[in-house]
Design a protein around this ligand. Structure first.
Ligand SMILES: C[S@@+](CC[C@H](N)C(=O)[O-])C[C@H]1O[C@@H](n2cnc3c(N)ncnc32)[C@H](O)[C@@H]1O
Length: 212
């Protein structure tokens, strides 16, 4: 389903977030970032981080892995470039402005794709996941950490109410697990390896898909 969020709107939203992003979302998402890095490093090798943002996660990767980061937002990515220089991260091979749905890489060139707090912020999550699966090798993994919408109850109602405002801020609060499960069933070349609750409040999940 290609819905509601468009690239221009997302780029505008994250240009506004860039100056304050680390302050607002640095600490609160840290556990999820670290857990997804640990998951990615169990596979290790050449890792593509999609929606790398300001590069908050980059200093936490082991030096033995080679990293490439891409993001739609040039202002967010400028911060990531500064961080790479400041921390002398020689394991970061490149950072580029790129759309997650149209990755400029050949098939099967990465061991892992990591997307932290990104999959509900892209215009077409299913097409974007197809693209992630295309660029990893068989046996490689897609590692996501993300907020997932509640299936029912008060949280589901509140997320529905908040959705129109959240679109303008750059994400979908009501995005449910079902969409990811349906995507993997439809794709046919990936399998779900893990789905684990993450803080804050267990409303987030770490999700791993392996390419078969
Ligand atoms: C919530 S931020 C997460 C940033 C970072 N991963 C983190 O953990 O802090 C979402 C990021 O996804 C990026 N993004 C959104 N849509 C994108 C797309 N279609 N292609 C590439 N990056 C995208 C945004 O520019 C933003 O940097």
């Amino acid at each position: 389903m290609a819905d509601e969020l468009d690239k221009a709107g997302i780029a505008k939203a994250y240009a506004r977030w860039a100056p304050v992003y680390d302050l607002v979302f640095g600490a609160v998402f840290e556990r999820g970032r670290k857990a997804s890095i640990a998951a990615a490093e169990r596979v290790g090798g050449r890792i593509l981080e999609v929606g790398v943002g300001t590069g908050l996660s980059l200093p936490d990767y082991s030096w033995s892995n080679r990293l490439i980061g891409v993001d739609l937002s040039a202002p967010m990515l400028r911060k990531a470039k500064t961080r790479v220089l400041q921390h002398k991260l020689t394991n970061v091979e490149g950072l580029a402005v790129m759309d997650a749905q149209h990755l400029g890489f050949a098939d099967a060139v990465f061991d892992v794709v990591v997307a932290q707090y990104v999959i509900t912020a892209v215009p077409d999550p299913e097409a974007t996941l197809d693209e992630f699966a295309r660029v990893i090798r068989p046996g490689g993994e897609i590692v996501l950490v993300n907020h997932l919408g509640a299936e029912q109850g008060l949280r589901a109602i509140l997320e529905g109410w908040f959705a129109p405002l959240a679109r303008r801020l750059g994400w979908r609060p009501e995005f449910r697990w079902e969409r990811l499960a349906n995507w993997s069933a439809r794709h046919g070349g990936v399998q779900i390896v893990e789905r684990r609750p993450m803080p804050p409040l267990g409303h987030f999940s770490l999700i791993r898909f392996a390419k078969t």
